[in-house]
Design a protein around this ligand. Structure first.
Ligand SMILES: Cc1cc2nc3c(=O)[nH]c(=O)nc-3n(C[C@H](O)[C@H](O)[C@H](O)COP(=O)(O)O)c2cc1C
Length: 167
């Protein structure tokens, strides 16, 4: 059972929550959707709104959904789901049923897809997309992240609501 909380009451450190922990990006609708694990991103303020930023390589199946989508969810999980997140981060929804393989249960909350096992969910309205291109790299080491030429797209989503699991 999820309940909405005021974003100003969030108590988390983005440098440990994002980067050290992983989360699921879920995009689509009940008929057609996909999810993948991510651990890069940002949260902050732009255009007067609380915003969550994700970076998704153009090779991901999820990238296709984001190109067509209007919203996405960011779902964080308790530590016992680490293996499920590893699975969703090492298999593609193009040829794998990630829910069948992990046992995660997708649920719809206020038009957003998330999971009954998630403990914190950011519901985001897609606001902008920006391809990350090497012409913009000032630090010369950044290019090392793109040996296969699979550049990220930076997607910004306005955070419409934050849900937490009530146990
Ligand atoms: C811990 C972890 C973090 C990841 N973070 C990202 C990320 O931030 N951006 C990205 O494009 N891929 C990231 N990946 C890789 C994707 O999750 C992986 O390629 C996934 O299989 C893509 O699934 P899809 O093809 O169904 O979209 C990460 C994988 C793991 C295990």
């Amino acid at each position: 059972m999820f309940s909405e909380i005021d974003i100003s009451s969030l108590e988390l450190n983005p440098f440990t929550t994002i980067g050290e922990e992983a989360f699921l990006i879920t995009v689509g609708n009940e008929d057609k959707w996909n999810t993948m694990t991510a651990s890069w991103g940002f949260m902050g303020f732009i255009w007067r709104k609380p915003t969550y930023a994700i970076v998704v390589r153009n090779t991901r199946y999820t990238h296709q959904f984001l190109e067509e989508g209007a919203r996405f969810s960011i779902s964080f999980f308790p530590p016992q789901y680490r293996r499920a997140l590893e699975f969703c981060g090492s298999h593609s929804g193009r040829d794998t049923d990630k829910m069948a393989a992990t046992g995660l249960n997708v649920v719809t909350v206020d038009n957003y897809l998330t999971y009954s096992e998630a403990n914190t969910v950011f519901c985001c309205q897609l606001a902008s997309k920006t391809p990350i291109a090497p012409e913009g790299f000032i630090d010369p080491t950044i290019i090392d992240n793109y040996k296969a030429g699979d550049y990220h797209t930076l997607y910004l989503g306005f955070i419409e609501k934050v849900l937490i699991q009530e146990n």
